[in-house]
Design a binder for this molecule. Sequence first.
Ligand SMILES: O=C(CO)COP(=O)(O)O
Ligand SMILES: [Zn+2]
Length: 215
Amino acid sequence: MSVHDANRLREQIATLGKSLFDRGLTMGSSGNISVRLDDGGWLMTPTNACLGRLDPARISRLDRDGRLLDGDAPTKESFLHRAMYDERPQSGAIVHLHSTHSVAVSCLPDIDPCDCIPPLTAYYVMRVGRLPLVPYHIPGDPALGDAVRGLAGKHSVVLLANHGPVVAGKNLEAAVYATEELEETAKLYLLLRGHNPRGLTPEQVAELEARFPRD
Ligand SMILES: O=C(CO)COP(=O)(O)O
Ligand SMILES: [Zn+2]
């Protein structure tokens, strides 16, 4: 990958990070973003950085073993990102946010831990699919990496209990789209609780999965 391409990815992380932050999809210095590089390494947002005010030049660049090559120290969730990439060779980017409605769902006592949100809409099925819950861990716990390993092969999106979503995509734009779709569907799910909503049928879900396979 040329320096020009790596710089373009740094700019894209900063631009999309600001877009997510400006729309209130994550607050303060919460959340982190990473992109896989051609050499097997990664760009990751620095720890304690605000996604709304990233300096592209200070974004952390790690080698394939996770060693910092340049930029500020990486997110404390770098273990989590790397575990997800290990299981998903098809994924080129990961977004983790503390998006309010998704976090709210992650705190509910009665959700199905294998499938936290029912298939309410077509785009939710197309972008997210079945959403498993990862048991609570303290942020930055390396054990969180091990906890997602078992799930990430089958699921591009997982929900960390009492914390927030982790979303992989084939590229950063795809990961951001899936994050947005999850947050809006979490909002719909909360709006509809107690209303006995009519979700998509298994046949409708199967048709979407055949026509619009997720990566
Ligand atoms: O969301 C976060 C932890 O889960 C933010 O952590 P970092 O600031 O280390 O990226
Ligand atoms: Zn977090």
